[in-house]
Ligand binder design. Structure first.
Ligand code: GLN
Length: 207
């Protein structure tokens, strides 16, 4: 087993499990030896090291976040600098502005404006391969399903992959966000990157 695989073992990673494809994320985490915890109550945020906001339907998630009183606890989780990873609808929730739906609640965890369902009707869903140099030379398979587009990103946002010039995988401090669904392919490099953001080993190496 590689050192990277060992370093992710036992991480307690919460997955917000109110709606969406949270089970696919659990499988990805399980493959990497992390403990996936489905988060359905705000108190559970105290028991986890990091959090994934899955894909799904952001309007429905916002309603459930409101109904289960998750908004302030999620903001607090981010303030405590715990790593958070959002895919697709999860990326929308983490953004600082939803340009085509300015009334929709978002958490402002990374400095970006996003537009929902922005890749056009003919190609609402598609699979492609991305260059993501941080993850190695091998192209990264990526599934886009009614994906959001990052239309503006602040100076602090690091772009890890682009599609036709658009940022589709980004990181700002402890926040990782993907327009696509890495959990729906067998390639685990994006989840591994997220787990390493959570790893004391990584913090030690960086410090
Ligand atoms: N289009 C959805 C939204 O606006 C996101 C789609 C997805 O998560 N696959 O929330």
């Amino acid at each position: 087993m590689s050192r990277e695989a060992t370093s992710t073992t036992g991480r307690r990673v919460g997955i917000l499990a109110l709606q969406g494809d949270y089970e696919a994320h659990a499988r990805a985490l399980c493959d990497l030896g992390a403990r996936a915890i489905f988060v359905r109550r705000p108190e559970q945020l105290q028991e986890i090291d990091s959090l994934i906001l899955p894909g799904g339907e952001s309007t429905t998630m916002v309603k459930l976040i409101d109904a289960y009183e998750f908004e302030q606890p999620l903001r607090e989780f981010h303030r405590r600098r715990r790593p958070i990873f959002g895919t697709c609808a999860g990326l929308i929730l983490l953004a600082s502005e939803i340009t085509d739906h300015p009334e929709q609640m978002c958490l402002g965890c990374f400095d970006a404006g996003v537009a929902r369902n922005a890749y056009g009707r003919q190609i609402e869903s598609f699979e492609t391969r991305l260059e993501a140099p941080l993850l190695g030379d091998k192209p990264l398979p990526a599934v886009f399903i009614r994906a959001p587009r990052i239309v503006r990103a602040g100076a602090g946002v690091e772009v890890l992959a682009r599609l036709n010039g658009n940022s589709v995988l980004v990181r700002q401090e402890n926040v990782l966000a993907a327009s696509f669904h890495p959990e729906l392919t067998a390639d685990r490099r994006v989840h591994r990157l997220f787990l390493e953001m959570n790893s004391p080993d990584t913090a030690h190496r960086a410090g």
